[in-house]
Write a protein that binds this ligand. Sequence first.
Ligand code: SAM
Length: 246
Amino acid sequence: MAGSTKIDYDRIAQEYARNRQVHPQVLRSLISGSQLNNTSRFLEVGCGTGNYLLALQQESGASAWGIDPSVEMREIARQRSPMLTILPGSAESLAFPTGYFDLVFSVDVIHHISRWEAYYHDAFRVLRQGGKICTVTDSEDIIRRRMPLSVYFPETIEIELSRYPRIAVLKSQMVNLGFIEIIEEIVERPYLLTDLRSFREKAFSSLHLISTEAFNRGLNRMELDLQEGPIQCVSRYMLLWGTKPE
Ligand SMILES: C[S@@+](CC[C@H](N)C(=O)[O-])C[C@H]1O[C@@H](n2cnc3c(N)ncnc32)[C@H](O)[C@@H]1O
């Protein structure tokens, strides 16, 4: 499906759930940056299979709400815990009361949102005064330096750069809407790759966007390198924070 940048999450939900886990440093930063407690309410936009939603709910004791347009992703999230409220919905239109949430966040979603300006606008509305927004995403630098994705599948780089909004653009949109205390935080986790299942199963959406030839070429190189021993990798994210003024 090279040439199209639409991912069918209904189709890949099972592979996604099997292969994608919470990034421990992202979770830690979400907890420390949001200061949720058991009287708080938070919303994950594009909650997918609910892995961050559940982890954050369990760590904070706060009430957890998640929305996602994909039926299959939502179904997996629902099965995780009755403590999670999972609803159909899209970022561009948040059907919640004004001032309802202490935290609105998204992980790996902003590049899927067709009108992210509308998302930030609505997020500002549904946050309480003093509430926080956090967009967990990849900056241009993170995309270019992804190891293993960009190294073994360099064809993903330009595709990713064309679909990820630039951090500077997101920041200026946030400023225009009135968000304050805009902070960029980078987290990283080095790890050793010993199992290629998540790559074979294309658990990373950009692998669905390159040609079969490019995919097979990268996978063959990974398999050869793995014969020499575990592959040293690093997983990085940027957390872009903002606060709705008191
Ligand atoms: C890469 S997954 C991330 C899922 C989850 N946040 C995680 O980190 O595991 C992207 C998710 O965004 C959802 N999505 C796509 N377009 C969206 C939109 N316009 N608004 C909200 N979610 C959207 C997809 O259905 C999918 O579940």
